[in-house]
Write a protein that binds this ligand. Structure first.
Ligand SMILES: Nc1ncnc2c1ncn2[C@@H]1O[C@H](COP(=O)(O)OP(=O)(O)O)[C@@H](O)[C@H]1O
Ligand SMILES: [Mg+2]
Length: 160
């Protein structure tokens, strides 16, 4: 063992952040396989970003958003679509025989939410897509995967 390096003995909690992209669905497939291999709990996290994060950070958005767009109905729609999407990913994991699955919906900056969740919930491994729903497909890493890979304290697998 290399001195000073904290090698995990086992992988008990795997986090897969999903944004609805094909990349994150590939990441979810790999996370699922690894959860089976390690008999780990799979945590599926979806973060509502941008204006949808208003429900949590309304003060920060004060004066910057059009209240006509951000009605309670709109935010509820975003939330229920997010929850439904999480249930879909969970159903797939369960259909493949995984029993320990958790769904987490949150709102805010996706990278910060992923990093905070991983820290607070003893996540041993994060499996995520290299890219997501962004439009600039020439770069190899999206901003979320880039930030998480830099700042996470646990191992991060970036699925291409
Ligand atoms: N809002 C989000 N909620 C959960 N996971 C996300 C979110 N956005 C991105 N991710 C994760 O980060 C990966 C990389 O996405 P991202 O860095 O946003 O690339 P892009 O710039 O192409 O959108 C995704 O495959 C997914 O695993
Ligand atoms: Mg993105």
């Amino acid at each position: 063992m290399v001195e000073g390096v904290n090698l995990p003995r086992s992988v008990k909690r795997i986090l897969v952040p999903v944004d609805g992209s094909i990349h994150s669905s590939k990441a979810a497939d790999m996370a699922l396989d690894l959860a089976k291999k390690y008999n780990a709990t799979l945590c599926i996290l979806h973060v509502a970003a941008g204006y949808a994060a208003y429900e949590r950070f309304s003060e920060a958005y004060e004066g910057r958003v059009n209240p006509e767009i951000l009605t309670d109905t709109a935010l509820n729609t975003v939330r229920s679509q997010g929850e439904a999407y999480l249930q879909e990913v969970e159903a797939k994991a369960k259909a493949e025989g995984l029993t320990k699955v958790e769904r987490v919906y949150s709102a805010g900056d996706p990278a910060d939410e992923i990093l905070n969740f991983a820290e607070r919930n003893d996540v041993d491994l994060i499996v995520m897509g290299s890219r997501g729903l962004g439009r600039f497909s020439r770069v190899f890493l999206g901003s979320v995967s880039n930030k998480v890979a830099h700042h996470a304290h646990c191992t991060v697998i970036i699925v291409k």
